[in-house]
Design a protein around this ligand. Structure first.
Ligand code: GLY
Length: 318
């Protein structure tokens, strides 16, 4: 039984590609990498890869992670600049026994040595959005990080029950130089264990890390909890704990899939979108929200929502 699930509508085209690969019998590692690369390459997504928004110095720094649920191998890059596909570098790094997580210059050096494609990742469009934000900040003198769509995170299972998880993001818009979120950190941004399943998160990295939420979901599944319940209880508990101890909780949304292709999601925000496909169902975009009783419900996004999404994302930037 194969399947793949991903955070946010932006993953749709990548999921379609991965779904076709899985149907042809390709493995989960190749499928998830191809899916995330598709998102990284698309110029209109402002929080992943090419077209991503820069940090407060106007520099685009990206994080990515990859985990193989058979061997538990992990690779990640942090604050890497000007490489087309950080997820591919993360996957390559997962194949070593040491030096699995590299940051900044070291990550770039590795990417260069292994011949990964280098590319100017800051687009004119992203630069215009940055300049506009900088002008607004000069007026208001108040820095509020961009809190819209962020990490693309995916979990994929192939017909051999091989589970992998991966992420890619440019992180928070206007973050400090060198800031790293949850996305390249195993256990926080992603986790995979082929004997159980995998999970991945999106939202405010600083808060997601406080609960190591991706590991926490897989741990609950390992103890026998169904995937949807594991997602909901993990998000709700972290959300409550953060509110109790800190007075507030940042955005936290997760998706997960077990090794049999059953999937789940949970969120503490309104309008979290995600995409899922399995052997028995074509890729579908869903919209999720949390009810007062703590359950997360989701429904298929309708055509009007899908059209508005594409319109907003490709709208001209003055
Ligand atoms: N969740 C992505 C980040 O905080 O950078």
């Amino acid at each position: 039984m194969h399947g793949i699930i991903a955070t946010w509508r932006m993953a749709l085209e990548g999921i379609e590609k991965a779904d076709a690969m899985l149907k042809e019998g390709k493995n989960a590692s190749d499928a998830i990498e191809a899916a995330i690369r598709e998102v990284e390459d698309y110029p209109y997504y402002k929080s992943v890869g090419y077209g991503g928004l820069p940090n407060q110095d106007g520099v685009l720094q990206m994080d990515a992670g990859y985990m193989d649920g058979d061997s538990l191998s992990v690779g990640a890059v942090c604050a890497i600049e000007d490489f087309a596909n950080p997820v591919s570098i993360a996957r390559k790094l997962s194949q070593g026994t040491v030096n699995n997580i590299l940051a900044g210059q070291g990550a770039a050096q590795f990417g260069t040595e292994y011949g990964f494609e280098q590319k100017k990742m800051l687009t004119d469009r992203a630069k215009r959005i940055y300049e506009r934000k900088k002008a607004e900040l000069a007026q208001n003198d108040q820095l509020r990080p961009y809190d819209g769509h962020d990490t693309v995170g995916m979990v994929c299972v192939d017909d051999e029950s091989h589970v992998v998880a991966a992420t890619s993001t440019s992180g928070l818009f206007m973050k400090r130089n060198g800031r790293i979120g949850d996305s390249p950190f195993v256990g926080s941004g992603f986790y995979a264990d082929s004997q159980v399943g995998g999970a991945t998160a999106t939202g405010l990295g600083e808060d997601i890390m406080k609960g190591c939420i991706s590991y926490e979901i897989v741990r609950r599944m390992k103890e026998g909890m169904p995937v949807q319940q594991a997602c909901e209880t993990a998000v709700n508990q972290l959300d409550e704990t953060l509110k109790e101890r800190r007075g507030q909780a940042g955005d936290i949304s997760v998706v997960a899939m077990d090794c049999n292709g059953n999937w789940g999601c949970a969120t503490n925000i309104e309008g979290f979108s995600f995409v899922a496909a399995t052997q028995h169902s074509a890729p579908v975009v869903y919209l999720a929200h949390r009810l007062d009783d703590g359950h997360t419900v989701f429904e298929k996004a309708d055509q009007q929502w899908l059209d508005a999404y594409m319109h907003n994302h490709s709208a001209a930037v003055e």
